[in-house]
Design a protein around this ligand. Structure first.
Ligand SMILES: CC(C)(COP(=O)(O)OP(=O)(O)OC[C@H]1O[C@@H](n2cnc3c(N)ncnc32)[C@H](O)[C@@H]1OP(=O)(O)O)[C@@H](O)C(=O)NCCC(=O)NCCS
Length: 269
């Protein structure tokens, strides 16, 4: 595996592979500018072989693995290159309809990855009625990004939650997409969302344990709904085993849309 020196060349390689493979197996779904941003923020490694590109991003204490491959055979021939990385757990997401993930999952399991968590995507249509906001909810200022980011990294699982860095939280704050409640000068509850075109994506919803069941979560959701006016679809990912959260989302009209994220982990040797 080689460190990525030139992100533009990598983007060209990806575009060329995508056009070459008639059908590809991948977990590399990039929005514009993501690669450049990753390149700026930390180390990226790449490896390409016949029919397969592996891309690895160094995150805090582990490596996240992405692939674009023509077939499972191509993955099997390329996967050993991951052993050249500095030792750290390897984490990967396999995203798609459940029925389409089994073959590629089996292929990575042969290489030592194990199932870690399963997230499902929930969906609801945009709101048709107007929702009143809540004056007690604060919209975070960009200067508050660091402490908000700290809370997320303390409370959420880094392998499965794709935790943002302070820069990303700052950008969300600039777009008024970070909502919080303070109690006794402490962050008590938090909701972060991401509006892209007609889609509103609820990224994180959190209430400190001692403040749960007191409607803080409810107030944040109502403010979020008010802020999502005009969105045509509202989505989120939730751990399939997080029954408390799933029940609440269902209460707010969300339903599973059939998309799954299977998170696999290979521990460091
Ligand atoms: C999920 C979480 C944010 C909820 O916060 P909370 O303050 O306890 O939530 P609330 O008590 O305000 O409940 C929110 C809504 O769900 C409803 N609700 C509560 N328990 C419910 C249940 N078992 N089933 C269905 N609805 C329920 C409430 O009535 C409320 O609805 P309302 O707005 O119509 O009044 C909080 O439990 C938490 O931080 N959990 C850990 C992090 C997490 O799992 N986050 C979500 C996944 S990213």
């Amino acid at each position: 595996m080689d460190p990525v020196e030139n992100v533009q060349q990598l983007e060209q390689l990806l575009a060329s592979l995508r056009s070459q493979f008639r059908q590809s197996l991948t977990n590399l779904y990039l929005t514009a500018g993501t690669l450049a941003q990753w390149g700026r923020l930390g180390r990226l490694y790449q490896f390409s072989a016949e029919g397969c590109l592996l891309l690895v991003r160094e995150e805090a204490g582990f490596h996240r693995v992405y692939f674009l491959a023509a077939s499972t055979q191509a993955i099997e021939s390329a996967a050993a290159a991951l052993e050249q990385l500095p030792p750290a757990p390897l984490v990967m997401d396999l995203v798609g309809p459940e029925s389409k993930l089994a073959e590629v999952q089996a292929c990575w399991q042969d290489f030592g990855f194990s199932p870690y968590r399963r997230f499902i995507r929930l969906w609801r249509p945009g709101l048709t009625e107007q929702v009143a906001g809540d004056d007690g909810i604060h919209v975070a200022a960009p200067s508050e990004a660091e402490s908000i980011c700290g809370l997320l990294h303390q409370e959420f699982d880094p392998y499965s939650e794709h935790l943002p860095d302070p820069d990303e939280v700052r950008r969300r704050a600039e777009r008024a997409e970070v909502l919080f409640v303070k109690e006794a000068d402490q962050l008590a509850a938090l909701l972060i969302f991401e509006r892209t075109g007609v889609t509103s994506n609820l990224r994180y919803w959190y209430v400190r344990p001692e403040s749960r069941g007191q409607k803080l979560g409810s107030r944040l959701m109502r403010r979020y709904f008010a802020a999502s006016e005009g969105a045509q679809r509202m989505i989120l990912w939730v751990d399939d085993e997080n029954v408390g959260a799933k029940d609440r989302y269902e209460h707010y009209g969300y339903r599973a849309d059939g998309l799954t994220d299977r998170i696999l982990v290979k521990q460091a040797p």
